[in-house]
Structure formats: C-alpha cells, structure tokens
Design a protein around this ligand. Structure first.
Ligand SMILES: [Zn+2]
Length: 419
C-alpha cells in the first residue's frame, strides 16, 4: 500500500513538472520567434520605443530562464524533504524539544509544522535573493536594500510565529476534541479567521511593512472622490503607499470591507501616470468591488477549503499515508503531509481559477470604460503599465491561459475597443 501511495504521488509530481516545463519552453520560444520576426506588436506600436520593447523581451526571456532553474531546484527540495528522512527525524526532535516548553499546548505539533516551514523558507532563500538582487536589479526594478530585505524577512518570521502558533493551537484543539465533524468546525474557524484578517490587515499588518499617507489634496483626489460618489463607492480613505522603496513595479488596489475599505495607490503609479490614467485604474478597481468579484473569489476559495478539510479528515484514518513517509500517525503529520502532497493536485485547478479571474478583469475594464464614457483612458493606462513594467507583450496562448490571472494587454485592449 505504501508503494502505491508513493507511486501515485510521484506520477502526479512528475506530470506537474513536465506540464510546467513544457509551458515555459513554449512561451520562451514563442517570445523569441516573435521578437526576431517582426517589430513591435501592432496594438502598442508608436507607444513604446524599440529600446523598451527589446528590454521587455530580454526581461521575459531572463525570467523564463530563471524559472527553468528555480522550478527544478524547488522539485529537488520537495523530494529531499519527503524522501530524505528529514520528516521522521524532525518529528522525533520536535517531541524532544516540546519537553522544554511544557506551558505551550501542542508544542510538539507546532514545532513540527514550524520546523518544516523553516526548512522550506531556508531552502527558498537563494531563489528569493537571486530574484531580488540579481534578476530584478538587472532590469532596474529592484530598490530593496539588504537592510530592508533582512528586516522584511525577520518581520515575516515574527508575524508567522505570533499568528501561526495560536492558529495551530485552535486547529489542533478542534482536530482532537470536536468529534467526527471536526473538519466542519475547523472550516468555520478558518473562514472566520480570514474575515478578521481582511479587517485587521490594512490597519495593523500592512503599516508594519509600508508607510501609508492620505492622498494629497488636489485634482486627482477630487476626481477620485467624485468618481466614487458617482458609482456609489463609499470609502474611509485614499492612501498612497511607499512601494518605491522595494520595487519600481507599479499598481493600485483596494482592501478591507464595508465602510472600512480603503484605496491604496503605489507611489510609483502616481509618478508614472497622468491623472486620467490613474483615474481609469481606480474606476477599474471600483468595478471589481461593484460587481462583487472579491466576494465571489472568496466564496470559491472557501468551497475549495471545505473540500480540502473534508479530504484531510478521510486521510487521517489512512495509515499507509504516514508510513509511506516514515512518520507515525498524528494530526500535525497529517497537516504537513497534506499541504506538501496537495501541490501536484491543486496545480491543475490553477487554469480554472485564472479563467474566472480573467473574466472579472474584462468586466472591470468594461465597467471603467462605461463609467468614464469611453475606453481611451483605460487603454492608455494599460499601455503605460505594460511599458513601465516591461510586461511580456506576446506570451504563448497556452502559457497565458494556464498562468495569467489577467488577460494579456493585447486581449484587454481588443476587448476595450470592441465594447
Ligand atoms: Zn483588476
């Protein structure tokens, strides 16, 4: 039975790797062929210099090439963790270490989960360092200093511990004592936890990483407020965020729920866009809100979560799952194994979720065009974002269908012109 578990996992694991690699290679070839065969794609001709276009091609190729190695490396890490004897060893250590923390409930399980998370984060460090200080720096995007990078990582660990430990205690408590339907109670707990996070994140957590300042009085602010009034979007504030201290990439988003929701503009966006373009971006964001996109995505995620927890409750009883990886049955082992093994399954859900997200993007674009009278400003904003972020202008259709949460710029412009 153990062999069957391992065999099944390896088949799915290898399939995922092949699909990922083939998509990446197709995409790289496609971009290379297009960039050598012709000039700048028609939809953006005249709005992007030949130098910028070449730079966007180089950036895409460099990222694809990087993905080749980081993918393969990540696979090796997972195989070493699962089959290198690390899990059983760490499980024994966690039991021994837990004796030193008698006051902490479920210390053994918490240490085990944190230990595995720590191994992954340590193993991911070279990839993250190269992406930030190699790749992004080479194309002029990285603004993160070493000092900022280190404090970000440390803050991340601190947050992980002070939020993760109580979270795990509640989950273990429910798994132990809530009876047959523990998965349902755990689902309700996690759903509630997410709800609280949405409220708390912009007020308590985000300001720890970035400075937020109310958007200065002026034409942009006046026009955003007028726009909000027009479409019925009540907000507790419009803020700018000092994202330029980390990266030159630009964006805008809104966060929070109900009256507490706020609009956040990256300072990079304000620098790079005209008022009309910035307003179009905000009209698009308000479109997401007005059409309940965020709520809909949340519901889909909760459906997946409930299915995952139900499956976990079945797998808890399945002893060969534990013995296949040299572990004794326990709630914490089940939790960790489940999250490590579910990757090759959820991978196939990615295009579905992205398909839904792309539909929402088209709808929000249309909303912006209708609200502002026409699609011109939205189109200009998209082109501006594409040029400044050196986005891939010609992704392979299979690649973008699988991995893109947003339609390509060409697709979005075409849809805007058609509407
Ligand atoms: Zn959007």
């Amino acid at each position: 039975m153990e062999q069957l578990v391992i065999g099944l996992f390896l088949i799915l694991f290898v399939c995922e790797f092949i699909v990922e690699a083939v998509l990446n290679e197709l995409n790289l070839r496609y971009v290379r062929a297009r960039s050598s065969a012709s000039d700048i794609p028609e939809f953006i001709a005249g709005k992007m210099s030949a130098g910028d276009y070449n730079q966007s091609v180089q950036y895409t190729l460099a990222r694809g090439n990087f993905q080749r190695y980081s993918e393969a490396y990540g696979r090796v890490v997972t195989l070493v963790v699962l089959f290198g004897g690390l899990l059983p060893l760490w499980d024994r250590w966690a039991i021994a270490l837990a004796d030193a923390l008698p006051a902490l409930p479920y210390a053994n399980g918490i240490l085990f989960c944190f230990g595995v998370a720590f191994v992954y984060s340590l193993a991911g460090l070279p990839v993250s360092l190269y992406a930030t200080f190699g790749l992004e720096a080479r194309f002029g995007f990285n603004k993160t200093t070493w000092r900022l990078y280190l404090t970000d990582r440390l803050k991340g660990i601190v947050l992980g511990v002070i939020i993760g430990a109580p979270f795990l205690i509640v989950v273990f408590e429910l798994m132990d004592n809530a009876g047959r339907y523990w998965w349902l109670w755990t689902f309700l707990f996690i759903a509630g936890f997410q709800f609280v996070t949405i409220i708390v994140y912009p007020i308590l957590i985000a300001p720890w990483f970035n400075k937020f300042a109310p958007l200065k009085e002026g034409p942009l602010r006046d026009r955003i407020l007028a726009l909000g009034e027009k479409v019925g979007f009540k907000t507790s504030g419009i803020f700018t965020m000092d994202s330029s201290k980390r990266s030159g990439h630009s964006n805008a988003y809104f966060t929070g729920i109900g009256k507490a929701k706020r609009i956040v503009l990256f300072d990079t966006l304000l620098e790079q866009m005209t008022i009309d373009q910035g307003l179009a971006v905000l009209a698009h964001e308000m479109g997401h809100y007005k059409m309940n996109h965020i709520r809909r995505m949340l519901v889909v995620q909760l459906v997946f979560l409930s299915i995952a927890l139900y499956l976990l409750s079945l797998l808890l009883e399945f002893r060969p799952l534990f013995s296949a990886f040299g572990l004794n049955p326990s709630n914490h082992a089940a939790l960790v194994l489940f999250s490590l093994l579910s990757g090759p399954v959820t991978f196939y859900l990615e295009p579905l979720m992205n398909g839904l997200s792309r539909r929402h993007e088209y709808e929000a674009d249309r909303f912006a065009a209708l609200t502002l009278g026409d699609g011109k400003a939205m189109e200009e904003a998209l082109i501006n974002l594409t040029v400044k972020n050196l986005s891939n202008l010609t992704p392979h259709p299979w690649y973008s269908t699988y991995h893109y949460s947003h339609p390509t710029t060409a697709e979005r412009i075409q849809a805007l012109r058609g509407s």
